[in-house]
Design a binder for this molecule. Structure first.
Ligand code: SF4
Length: 230
């Protein structure tokens, strides 16, 4: 199974009743500014090349962002923040992302999330996280042969990433390293080495308050890109 086949299966997933109901309700009711648009309203797959050396792991799609456009981090302010920083770091072809077919290209970078459906209040339950974990497991298994570094956006992504790579046979330091902005740790599997970086999430809670600035994010992106050999 390749990544395209995995994504094709993912977008039909209906395993979480609460999230299916929420993503479809948001798609029906819409935000007034997008009233003339057709919402995606389904699981949102990762984006970027299947042989990427750098991975970015977030939390879950936003109700009126990825859940509307069908592409992760596309069409909301968190995504604008992320893509403008990625553009400054030379990892995307343009600083904005508005729709699935706006021509955005990711360079050697794949973005995904531990939960693929938009959750109410951006908070998936533990059960939903666990139910969705096999999709991340399958995706990281396919990406592991080329991946060299991972940026996790927030503690949720950090913990899911360490847990999933551990389940894939990578050695994770014990006790498990704690998330923090600027934290990093090394995972190994045989001769393979993967560096995992922590970064505050690009949610408006962090970006509006200045807890995470574009410069801080660019610094992490550049460090992770360098670690990946990009
Ligand atoms: Fe399926 Fe994951 Fe969406 Fe749950 S969150 S319905 S497991 S894709």
């Amino acid at each position: 199974r390749d990544l395209a086949e995995l994504d094709a299966l993912l977008i039909d997933c209906r395993a979480c009743p609460r999230l299916v109901e929420w993503r479809e309700q948001v798609a029906r009711e819409k935000r007034r500014a997008f009233a003339d648009q057709e919402y995606w309203g389904r699981p949102v797959p990762g984006i970027g090349p299947a042989d990427a050396r750098l991975l970015i792991v977030g939390l879950a799609p936003a109700a009126h962002g990825g859940n509307r456009t069908g592409r992760m981090f596309t069409g909301d302010q968190s995504g604008d923040f992320l893509f403008s920083a990625m553009y400054l770091a030379g990892l995307v072809s343009q600083p904005h992302s508005v729709s699935m077919d706006d021509g955005l290209e990711l360079f050697d970078t794949r973005i995904t999330a531990p939960v693929h459906c938009a959750p109410p209040q951006n908070k998936p339950t533990v059960e939903e996280r666990d139910r969705c974990s096999h999709w991340l497991h399958g995706e990281l298994e396919l990406l592991a042969p080329t991946a060299r570094s991972v940026i996790t956006l927030g503690a949720f992504g950090w913990q899911s990433t360490l847990r999933t790579f551990g389940a894939l046979g990578w050695t994770v330091p014990r006790p498990a390293p704690k998330f923090g902005h600027g934290a990093s740790t090394i995972l190994t599997r045989g001769d393979a080495v993967l560096e995992v970086f922590g970064c505050y999430h690009v949610s408006q809670h962090n970006t509006f308050t200045g807890r995470l600035t574009v410069e801080m994010l660019v610094d992490v992106l550049k460090a992770a890109a360098e670690s990946a050999g990009i």
